[in-house]
Design a binder for this molecule. Structure first.
Ligand SMILES: Nc1ncnc2c1ncn2[C@@H]1O[C@H](COP(=O)(O)OP(=O)(O)O)[C@@H](O)[C@H]1O
Ligand SMILES: O=C(O)[C@H](O)[C@@H](O)[C@H](O)[C@H](O)COP(=O)(O)O
Length: 167
């Protein structure tokens, strides 16, 4: 029997800086709950990906249309899980603008672990942009998100999120 997602949330956003484990944990969570999954990276227009690949960080002007598309996806696909950096409170507000009842899950991971992970994977995001990810991040409070240690094993992280959903 899948870990079906009870109310009050209709969408989970696994957030954090690059390399924190968003895509891995979000996909495993969606499988456990048997709900829709997406990686926000797949919604970036080519020019955003090219910009980051060239070592230039995105600015908010690059992000707003991307966040608007994601906000619609969250409503259309609910119940669902999304992997998305969601660095700033303004980004998180924008993601909720179409009414999805979102549970943010912040994977807090130390910079050494992040650097090792980013160096050992094939991805458009260069390690050189890691610091700009930290600079952009406005960590959510415990009131606004479930905050987890991104270095824990994936199955433990998924279990913690499912348990939180059932509270
Ligand atoms: N909890 C974890 N423990 C160990 N390795 C992890 C964990 N989560 C992710 N990884 C690995 O770290 C790298 C980055 O994970 P990824 O999901 O791509 O992060 P993000 O989507 O936040 O950039 C990948 O190689 C992935 O296999
Ligand atoms: O808002 C941003 O600056 C981007 O969304 C940025 O966060 C990027 O797309 C990912 O960090 C790269 O992909 P991973 O997070 O999967 O490494």
């Amino acid at each position: 029997m899948p870990d079906s997602p009870p109310a009050p949330y209709s969408a989970w956003i696994v957030m954090g800086v690059s390399g924190s484990g968003k895509s891995t944990v979000a996909e495993a969570l969606a499988n456990a709950m048997q709900v829709a999954y997406a990686d926000a990276d797949d919604f970036h227009p080519p020019e955003n990906v090219a910009k980051m690949r060239s070592g230039v960080p995105l600015e908010d002007v690059d992000r707003w249309p991307w966040l608007d598309t994601l906000s619609r996806w969250l409503v259309e696909e609910s119940p669902c899980v999304l992997a998305c950096s969601a660095h700033k409170q303004s980004h998180r507000t924008r993601l909720a603008q179409h009414g999805a009842a979102i549970r943010f899950v912040y994977l807090h991971t130390d910079i050494q672990t992040l650097r090792q992970r980013m160096e050992s994977r094939e991805h458009f995001m260069p390690v050189s942009l890691l610091q700009t990810q930290f600079d952009a991040m406005e960590p959510p409070s415990e009131d606004d998100a479930l905050i987890l240690d991104g270095t824990l094993p994936v199955d433990q992280l998924v279990a913690a999120i499912v348990s939180d959903a059932r509270r």
